[in-house]
Design a protein around this ligand. Structure first.
Ligand code: AMP
Ligand code: MG
Length: 419
């Protein structure tokens, strides 16, 4: 069948993003919004705090009463009320009087300042109503008083659409009365594996067979990207069976990821399936591993046919699918952080494609970074992806990099927007 031109990775990403739209909005219990972007601007329904209150355990006073107070000439006040957080005193406080007040209790309207308990002495009684207390210094007007509406005012937007709810955000939304939060539904991702050689994890593979590891790895990547994966039974390399699986998966999901059968071997059917069932958008990406990646839209659902080799499939998901799943959830940060590091070894490559080498980037003592690439970059190996914390990005075209050269490392160990 006709082969399309090879796309630059960024072009492939852009074409996928162009065909993915945010999922519908749902209201979820506050804690279920943790780690997800809010789908709409969210405001507070009240002033927070709704009232001015004391920042200290102490005494609410008129600052004017304490003018001129000193160690030698203390000012003595009469305690006329005693309030803790949750209770209100709205009676009079005349000159010469004070209110014993605890942290968080509303300021009596008649007082303007709070002196903390450590700075006074009880001169008569137990310090509660009817006692007398001595003050040894003047106090600043408004001292230790937290004004109303300091955190937010009623109607004020406290979180904007796209802001990710972290644990402090959960606290903020709780104080603003949001027991539930609007978020985009988690995208449902159908995972298809193609290959007559594949057997289930629970089986010991017979002659010529291997375990289907891609479906599990891709489902895990979908979970990490905030999506809900469904693994379909592996389809043997049969045109009709693959078509039927794709048809079922697109009907039941927001995105479909398949692995295997994406190149032009005798038994590779996924590109043909996408072309027959819907619109084929590209089938080659200028990357290594994983040149053969098919993308199209079937019945309105994006379908990405990843390469079959485990490291290639994993990389394809990371680079092409993960950003799309994030966009669908309303994340604004779609790209993993990049660390520029000093290459620890020379790398020469005759490859025309952009290479993503599994390796590790580490901090050096001088605060820089150094990167090493693993020796065996076979796309059949998934263990080296497990050991990697980054992908060293070798630009398109032949390269002769020396030890000490600077190299871009894609941080697959760090969340988008971290740097
Ligand atoms: P393909 O792209 O179908 O030619 O597959 C390329 C290589 O990846 C072959 O060695 C396949 O056996 C292997 N492979 C394909 N699908 C899977 C899978 N689901 N799990 C593990 N290996 C796979
Ligand atoms: Mg195959």
């Amino acid at each position: 069948m006709k082969r399309y031109n090879m796309l630059l990775v960024e072009d492939a990403q852009a074409r996928i993003l162009a065909r993915t739209t945010p999922t519908p909005i749902e209201e979820v219990p506050l804690l279920e919004a943790l780690g997800r972007p809010v789908a709409r601007d969210l405001a507070s329904d009240i002033d927070i705090s709704p009232f001015a209150n004391s920042a200290m355990d102490g005494f609410a006073v008129h600052a004017a009463d304490l003018e001129g107070a000193s160690r030698e000439r203390p000012v003595d006040l009469e305690v006329v009320a005693h309030i803790g957080a949750g209770s209100v005193y709205d009676g009079p406080v005349e000159p010469g009087q004070a209110v014993r007040i605890m942290t968080g209790a509303p300021m009596p309207a008649a007082c303007d300042s709070v002196v903390k308990i450590e700075d006074i002495a009880v001169t008569a009684g137990d310090g509660s109503v009817g006692s007398r207390v001595a003050f040894y210094a003047p106090t600043k007007l408004g001292s230790n008083v937290r004004p109303a509406g300091q955190e937010a005012q009623a109607g004020q937007t406290v979180m904007h659409a796209g802001d990710v709810v972290d644990s402090a955000g959960v606290g903020l939304l709780a104080s603003c009365g949001h027991a539930t939060v609007p978020v985009h539904t988690r995208p449902r991702v159908g995972i298809i594996a193609t290959g007559s050689e594949l057997v289930d994890i629970t089986e010991k593979p017979g002659p010529g067979k291997i375990r289907n590891s891609n479906s599990s790895a891709l489902a895990a990547q979908a979970l990490e990207a905030g999506a809900i994966p469904t693994i379909y039974p592996a389809a043997p390399d049969d045109h009709d069976l693959i078509l039927a699986t794709v048809r079922k998966a697109v009907a039941e999901n927001d995105f479909v990821a398949s692995s295997g059968g994406a190149s032009n071997g005798d038994y590779d059917f996924i590109t043909q399936a996408v072309a027959e069932l819907g619109e084929l958008i590209f089938d080659r990406v200028n990357m290594r591993p994983g040149k053969c990646q098919t993308f199209g839209v079937v019945e309105g659902t994006p379908v990405l046919g990843l390469a079959g080799n485990p490291a290639a499939a994993f990389l394809g998901f990371e680079v092409l699918i993960r950003p799309a799943l994030r966009k669908m959830q309303g994340f604004t940060q779609l790209a993993r952080p990049v660390t520029w590091a000093t290459l620890a070894q020379p790398i020469s490559s005759h490859e025309k494609r952009r290479e993503y080498l599994r390796g590790r980037v580490e901090r050096t003592e001088d605060g820089g970074y150094t990167a090493v690439s693993f020796k065996n970059q076979s796309s059949a190996l998934i263990g080296t992806m497990h050991q990697a914390n980054c992908l060293l990005v070798i630009p398109e075209g032949p390269q002769d990099l020396a030890a000490g050269d600077k190299i871009r490392c894609l941080r697959i160990d760090q969340a988008e927007g971290v740097q």
